[in-house]
Design a protein around this ligand. Structure first.
Ligand SMILES: [Zn+2]
Ligand SMILES: [Zn+2]
Length: 127
C-alpha cells in the first residue's frame, strides 16, 4: 500500500501539484523525494487528482526510505480499518517539523531529510 502524493517533479524537474498535472495530460512524473516514476491518477467524482508509486519502477532506495512507500504503521492500520467503509482508501503521509539527528537539518514536510536522503534519523522537533 503506497500513500497518496499530491506533488511530484515533471519531466523538466519542476515541482508541480496534481491539480496542475491534471491540465497537461501524458506527462511524466517522478517522486520529489526518492525520484521513482509515479503514476498519475486523474480526479474522479469525489477525489482530488493524485500521484502513486508503482511496483514496477521502484528503486531499492525508495523501498527503504521513501515515506510514501514506507507508510507509517499507525497510518497503515487506520487505513486498513477504514477500508471496511471505503474500499479504496489510501494512506496519507503526515507532515510535521522534523529534526534530523544525522546531519542536524531542521525541516518541514514529509519525514525525509533531503540531505541524508532518508527519514529514519529524523524525529519530530520539540517546539
Ligand atoms: Zn518516493
Ligand atoms: Zn539529515
Amino acid at each position: 500500500m503506497y500513500a497518496k502524493s499530491f506533488i511530484s517533479r515533471n519531466a523538466h524537474g519542476h515541482l508541480i501539484s496534481a491539480l496542475t498535472a491534471q491540465k497537461s495530460p501524458n506527462g511524466e512524473y517522478t517522486c520529489h523525494l526518492c525520484r521513482s516514476v509515479l503514476v498519475f491518477h486523474r480526479s474522479r467524482a469525489r477525489s482530488r487528482p493524485w500521484f502513486e508509486h508503482s511496483d514496477t519502477d521502484l528503486s531499492e532506495h525508495a523501498r527503504q526510505h521513501c515515506p510514501y512507500v514506507n507508510v507509517d504503521d499507525v497510518e497503515g492500520a487506520t487505513v486498513t480499518a477504514l477500508r471496511t467503509f471505503i474500499p479504496k482508501a489510501l494512506p496519507l503521509v503526515q507532515k510535521a517539523d522534523w529534526h534530523c539527528r544525522c546531519c542536524g537539518n531542521a525541516y518541514y514536510g514529509e519525514k525525509y531529510c533531503l540531505t541524508c536522503q532518508r527519514g529514519a534519523d529524523s524525529q519530530v522537533s520539540a517546539k
